[in-house]
Design a protein around this ligand. Sequence first.
Ligand SMILES: [Zn+2]
Length: 99
Amino acid sequence: MKNYHVYECMKCSHKWGTANENPLRCPKCHTSKWNSPPVPRMIRTESLKSRLKPEIREEVYDLYEDGKGCIEISNILHLSFGDVMDAIVIKYSGESVRI
Ligand SMILES: [Zn+2]
């Protein structure tokens, strides 16, 4: 005998019963995220603010264009790796970032 589960979609509040232990999608709104609580919007790369001053960021980009990686740049400019990484990700989002 199969267990019967009742699930509730977190997106549209639709309730449905199924023998499926792990439904992939809500049958009503078809979201695959039906089981995750509504999360505050993730910080998107484009809305990321770099903590670095623009002139410092320009130096970061210059070094990056020269082929340096984030670790090297943070050493050269005495910045934290995270700051360098943020700045690079903001400008080169979508590309793989050289560490
Ligand atoms: Zn739904």
